[in-house]
Write a protein that binds this ligand. Structure first.
Ligand code: URA
Length: 340
């Protein structure tokens, strides 16, 4: 074997090991142990020592390989950009009109971390004490946006150098966020995908194009008169700053390690309205478990911001009929933005 062969073999073992560890993380150690035990039982005594060895090998306490990951190749396909036409008024005459929002679901602050908990019975809740952050009308956010800039930059620099969870070994780069505090509208998604991992910017793949169109549709329809809405004037971020391999769901320990970056971004941005795109953002910020369908259609509070929940644009790509409820949610966002 030449030294080159040895290097190649070592690289391929490291890569196989990395894949295995990521599979195990995705499965969770309990499921993995159960699978190992079931396999050993199925295969009988002769295979048991292999099964047990496999379980030990798979133990989550195994150290992560220190090899830096080679980015997975991304196939570039030319597909038409997804359309986001607000649903036509003919089907529902109310589709373009801003109906008054329902009363807020008031969220008591938790003493430990001051984050919001939404509950269904507003009667039992204490009043909010955080003042609502200002809207961008009449220059109401100019100074705030300038102050936020260096803080966002420093959070971004920390996220790019972060090694708090295993995702730093598989990412190409971290994806901290994009936009500004100019309008006080923040969209929070789940985690970067392959396109975002390559470009270092959130929501730039197909789901991202749809989100960009949703924001453009809000602007075209002047849902917030006098406030320009674009990727530059809103802020777009994710719960996780690094791409989970194979776009699997974020794991609890990843959310726990990464969410302080999002909280610091929100503290700097002082949003007027936060729009959670999908279940992971909503569950994190509301500290609730639930489906998007059960959480949308209400207005919550997160500190000095109003918070709404809507379907993730990736879900819209698969289920275009969800565009109507999403458009309703964007109208709710606008209406809440405009009222105290
Ligand atoms: N999906 C997300 O949740 N975030 C992105 O940045 C891209 C896709």
């Amino acid at each position: 074997m030449t030294p080159d062969d040895v290097r190649k073999e070592a690289a391929s073992i490291a890569q196989a090991l990395r894949r295995k560890i990521e599979r195990e993380r995705a499965l969770g150690s309990g499921e993995l142990l159960a699978a190992g035990v079931a396999k050993a039982r199925r295969e009988g005594p002769s295979a048991r020592s292999n099964g047990a060895a496999h379980v030990r090998e798979s133990s989550p306490s195994m150290p992560s390989p220190s090899t830096s990951a080679t980015p997975e190749p991304v196939s570039v396909t030319t597909v038409e950009s997804p359309a986001f036409e607000p649903p036509t008024p003919s089907a529902d005459p109310g589709a373009f009109t801003l109906s008054p929002p329902e009363p807020h679901v008031r969220a008591p602050k938790r003493s430990a971390n001051r984050d919001a908990v939404a509950v269904d019975d507003p009667e039992e809740l204490p009043p909010f004490t955080d003042d609502l952050h200002p809207a961008a009308l009449a220059g109401g956010r100019d100074q705030l946006a300038a102050v936020a800039l260096p803080i966002l930059a420093s959070v971004a620099a920390e996220a790019r150098a972060c090694t708090k969870c295993g995702l730093c070994t598989t990412r190409t780069q971290a994806v901290p966020g994009v936009g500004s505090a100019a309008t006080g509208i923040v969209f929070v998604g789940e985690a970067p995908g392959a396109d975002e991992d390559l470009r270092g910017e959130p929501f730039v793949g197909r789901a991202g194009e749809l989100l960009t169109r949703m924001i453009a549709a809000m602007d075209e329809k002047q849902l917030i008169p006098g406030v320009t809405l674009s990727r530059e004037t809103v802020y777009i971020a994710n719960v996780l700053k690094c791409r989970p391999p194979e776009n699997r769901n974020p794991l609890p320990h990843e959310i726990e390690s990464c969410s302080p970056y999002l909280v610091r971004q929100l503290e700097a941005l002082q949003p007027r309205v936060i729009c959670c795109l999908g279940k992971f953002a909503a569950e994190l910020l509301l500290q609730l478990k639930g489906t998007v369908s059960s959480m949308r259609g209400k207005t919550y509070r997160w500190r000095g911001a109003k918070l709404i929940v809507t379907y993730h644009p990736a879900y819209l790509l698969r289920s275009p009929s969800a565009k109507r409820p999403v458009w309703d949610d964007l109208q709710r966002l606008a209406q809440e933005y405009l009222t105290d």
